[in-house]
Design a protein around this ligand. Structure first.
Ligand code: HEM
Length: 475
């Protein structure tokens, strides 16, 4: 019991039950509670894992930039698609992570990330989204699957040269399993990650208590999709005509054949492709749900954006990135939506690579570092009236120029592991939001009050609860 205690000079935190610690949590309310009661740096243990939560912007920024905190926790490799469990970008560490991250960043840039020619592909999806929403003919609908498919289509064209019809059934199984998992989410699900001994329980019991079958079904289906996609690329591979990120990887893998030290491996490729499928589609999907919700809840901003768009973009042309200087409110709206929504309530976890310190507190090796993104995004020390949705906070006094947040903005993380898809996501969010605003008035059905902001928490992902909205085509 003595050895199990909180080490000396660790950050303060709530009392811990010996050996068990406390239940894991993923919600913003508990984060706010910890901040209010224990301060800007809080220690909290679940099972064998101690977390340190950071709630002040400067400390968080500094920590996320340090090499000491560049790793992800070991449990990220639990569901790895790499036979060696070390490949990929999101959950890998050390030399393989650096190698895979560099490869992905280089190739996403070569395939157009941040460059205007990618906008053509995004606008093809935006147009398809507009047509898809028109088909509902003003009927009230839940957030449509096409939000996810348009985002998937962009990343999947870059990675695998594949585009799905917005009403195709091909990705239906993945979507269904994602939803089943999200609808049945409970904090219990994650307990075995924190208390590895629980993995020794018989499978039927684990299925009953932790609903393992939900994760297993999703992982199995994803494995099939990823394996098939990479196999097909290997069959059709033409060295003179690389089509996409997978072909570029195969090229490098073939060039380094025979080199025992090469980090180009089939297993790592599978995990990279899996990372990009998930991180590139469900994030943007959930953020688009927020966009639709906020447009319906604050129609006055939608009207002002429509006025800005109508003044510079004829109705038969899609908004372009070149229009950005004339559409400051559209950019301010999308960035404010990222802050306000804070879909990742806590930044993706990091882990301490050695015994170290933060602000004079002792941080033992393997401590999880959790930045309270939602709390920082709603902290009155950094934001006036933080719970108000107020895009003007990113506009100058004349409301004619957008100014980016200078601090306390962690929507895409920070430092060494900052989101590799940030530029792509920003392009998509701007163009998709502009397309919806240009073509529709988004409204709640008669009598529905949107001010009761109901959120679903999907394992730390904060999304608006399913909500029927009307996408009424503009005349
Ligand atoms: C609204 C959209 C998105 C949000 C809010 C978002 C947010 C984040 C955050 C918070 C992180 C963790 C950063 C850190 O540890 O400091 C991250 C990592 C990552 N994101 Fe995104 N992301 C988005 C879209 C995308 C897209 C479109 C891609 C596709 C390329 C992508 C790929 C990744 C990858 C591969 C990582 C892991 C980076 C690493 O560990 O080195 N994300 N993202």
């Amino acid at each position: 019991v003595l050895r199990d205690r909180r080490p000396r000079n660790c950050p303060p935190g709530p009392v811990e039950i010996p050996f068990f610690g406390r239940m894991p949590f993923f919600d913003e309310k508990m984060g706010e509670y910890l901040k209010e009661n224990y301060g800007d740096i809080v220690s909290y243990r679940t099972g064998t894992l101690r977390s340190v939560f950071l709630f002040d912007s400067d400390t968080a920024k500094e920590a996320l930039g340090r090499l000491d905190f560049a790793d992800r926790p070991d449990f990220f490799s639990t569901f790895s698609f790499d036979d060696q469990k070390t490949g990929g970008v999101i959950g890998s560490n050390g030399a393989q992570w650096q190698h895979d991250r560099r490869f992905v960043l280089r190739n996403l840039r070569n395939l157009g990330m941040g460059k205007s020619y990618l906008e053509e592909a995004i606008n093809i999806e935006a147009k398809a989204l507009v047509e898809d929403l028109k088909k509902y003919d003003g009927e009230a609908i839940n957030y449509p699957d096409s939000f996810r498919t348009v985002a998937l289509n962009i990343i999947w064209q870059m990675v695998a040269s594949t585009r799905y019809d917005l009403r195709s059934n091909e990705v239906e199984t993945i979507y269904r399993l994602t939803k089943e998992f999200q609808n049945n989410f409970s904090t219990l699900l994650f307990l075995p990650l924190f208390i590895p001994a629980l993995n020794l329980l018989p499978k039927p019991l684990k299925n009953f208590i932790f609903r393992d079958y939900l994760v297993d079904a999703f992982v199995e289906e994803m494995k099939i999709v990823i394996d098939d996609t990479v196999d097909k690329h290997l069959e059709d591979y033409d060295p003179d005509n690389p089509r996409d990120l997978i072909d570029e990887y195969i090229k490098d893998m073939k060039t380094s054949e025979g080199d025992e030290n090469s980090l180009f491996r089939r297993g790592a490729l599978n995990q990279i492709v899996n990372d990009l499928f998930g991180a590139g589609s469900d994030t943007v999907n959930n953020q688009l749900k927020w966009m639709a919700y906020l447009l319906a809840r604050y129609p006055e901003y939608a009207t002002r954006m429509q006025q800005q768009i109508d003044a510079v973009v004829p109705r038969d042309r899609m908004v372009s990135l070149n229009d950005k200087p004339n559409l400051p409110l559209v950019e301010a709206f999308t960035v404010e939506a990222l802050r306000y929504a804070s879909i990742l309530i806590f930044n993706v976890q990091r882990s301490a690579t050695r015994d170290t310190n933060i602000n004079g507190y002792f941080i033992p090796k393997d401590t999880l570092i959790q930045v309270g993104n939602y709390s920082i995004h709603h902290d009155p020390r950094y934001w006036d009236d933080p719970h108000k949705f107020y895009p003007e906070r990113f506009l100058d006094e004349s409301a004619t120029k957008y100014t980016a947040p200078k601090k306390a903005f962690f929507a895409f993380g920070s430092g060494r592991r900052q989101c590799v898809g940030e530029l792509l996501a920003r392009m998509e969010l701007f163009l998709f939001t502009a397309a919806i605003v240009q073509h529709f008035d988004v409204r709640p059905p008669h009598g529905v009050d949107l001010s009761l902001e109901e959120c679903a928490n999907l394992g730390g992902l904060r999304v608006p609860a399913d909500k029927k909205l009307i996408y009424k085509p503009r005349n």
